[in-house]
Design a protein around this ligand. Structure first.
Ligand SMILES: [Zn+2]
Length: 64
């Protein structure tokens, strides 16, 4: 018996009535920044990981 729903996009198991947010652009942006920003522990500042290959994605985000 299934007590949960499965997201058709990411196959995640969802509680009944829960809406998966994997398709929401906002979450994708958050994941992007989590992947490309890092906190410098000594100063607490957030730094962009320029050495990654995400520069093109950053340009696209500015158009949103
Ligand atoms: Zn999903």
């Amino acid at each position: 018996m299934a007590y949960y729903n499965v997201c058709p996009y990411c196959k995640a198991c969802l509680d009944p009535g829960e809406k998966c947010d994997c398709r929401e652009p906002a979450k994708k942006r958050m994941e992007y920044f989590e992947n490309h920003l890092e906190e410098i522990r000594e100063t607490g500042q957030i730094a962009f990981k320029w050495y990654t290959d995400g520069v093109d994605g950053m340009k696209k985000d500015k158009d949103i």
